[in-house]
Design a protein around this ligand. Structure first.
Ligand SMILES: O=C(O)CCC(=O)C(=O)O
Length: 323
């Protein structure tokens, strides 16, 4: 396994953390979900809601075969760097488009392990995979009524980490093969988690995200990020096993690591925040939107440069993928 330690960092004990509620769908009504979790903006793991077959690699290959996806090339070297030196993250990481079958071969051959490849946040809306699934029922049973995205697929190998960030919408993360470990912090810890400054957008546009943390929560550089010790008292951790659904309210920080062995697969979907008062009160949400505005001059400049070199449509599709 690759050592992602920052040389200046200290090892934080992960033995103490808060527990995310866990509830069986048989004892969860829509009213209870709304009152206890959605309205309150609290995460919860729900079991017994997914009735899917095992989404193992063979099943995914059968359903997705020739469908093409951008596969992100994270590379392990990035985790040895200070995150403040990163110039891309999330969907702006360099990617290569290939069929799912080709990606499956890289997962099996060891190449995906070597290069930390990841299929992240790819819509499966018009694929046989979603058409034969019952994932639509998940939102319906929870009473979630306003999807803001389609279903997104996440497929990678155990060991891959999606770094600490928050989203501006509520999310449901559905675990379909293997397990994931999530480290979570509530929105109140925004500044103790040192998000990338809004000014980073001036230099890098949307290739960096102000909703990403500049620190590694398990190996933080305390000299550089001293207030992180305050956030530790609010650290939650949860293991998401196959068949579990995690409700992640907007603005909750989460770092997601695929654990165990071999391929790990999830699907997520984002939802409009209900009640609206929770959205209006969320400074983290406004801050992230404001960050996108700060990125605007950089985007326009790129579009103009691309337009004059005849690459406008490529630049536009890259931009849409990042939004
Ligand atoms: O599973 C992952 O790698 C990331 C998922 C995530 O960030 C989300 O569901 O919001």
């Amino acid at each position: 396994m690759h050592d992602r330690a920052n040389t200046k960092s200290i090892q934080i004990s992960s033995s103490k953390y808060l527990e995310v509620d866990r509830i069986d769908s048989a004892s969860l009504t829509q009213k209870l979900f709304f009152e206890e979790y959605q309205k309150a903006g609290l995460p919860v793991v729900i079991s017994g809601l997914l009735h899917e077959t095992d989404w193992n690699l063979e099943y995914l290959c059968q359903a997705l075969g020739d469908v093409e996806f951008p596969i992100r090339r994270y590379g392990w070297q990035r985790y040895e760097q200070d995150k403040r030196d990163w110039t891309s993250m999330g969907s702006s990481v360099e990617s290569t488009v290939m069929s799912f079958t080709q990606y499956a071969k890289l997962l099996e051959s060891g190449e995906a392990e070597e290069q930390d490849l990841y299929l992240g946040k790819c819509s499966i809306e018009h694929t046989p995979l979603i058409q034969k699934s019952g994932l639509d029922n998940v939102g319906m049973q929870l009473g979630l009524k306003k999807p803001v995205t389609t279903h997104n697929l996440w497929v990678g190998l155990a060991g891959h980490t999606t770094c600490l960030h928050y989203d501006t919408f509520d999310g449901t993360l559905m675990q379909l093969h293997g397990s994931k470990r999530l480290v979570l912090f509530p929105p109140s810890q925004l500044y103790n988690l040192y998000p990338f400054p809004l000014s980073a957008h001036l230099r890098h546009g949307l290739k960096v995200r102000s909703a990403y943390s500049q620190l590694y929560p398990d190996k933080p550089d305390i000299a550089a990020f001293p207030n992180f010790v305050k956030a530790l008292q609010h650290r939650y951790e949860v293991i998401l096993n196959q068949g579990d659904v995690l409700y992640i309210p907007a603005s909750w920080w989460h770092e997601v690591t695929a654990i165990g062995h071999g391929m790990v697969c999830s699907v997520n979907r984002f939802w409009g925040i209900q009640p609206t008062s929770r959205a209006l009160r969320s400074w983290s949400k406004w801050r992230a939107h404001f960050g996108s505005l700060v990125a605007f001059p950089h985007i326009i400049q790129n579009a103009l440069t691309a337009g004059s070199s005849g690459k406008a449509s490529g630049a536009l599709s890259n931009l849409l993928q990042r939004l």
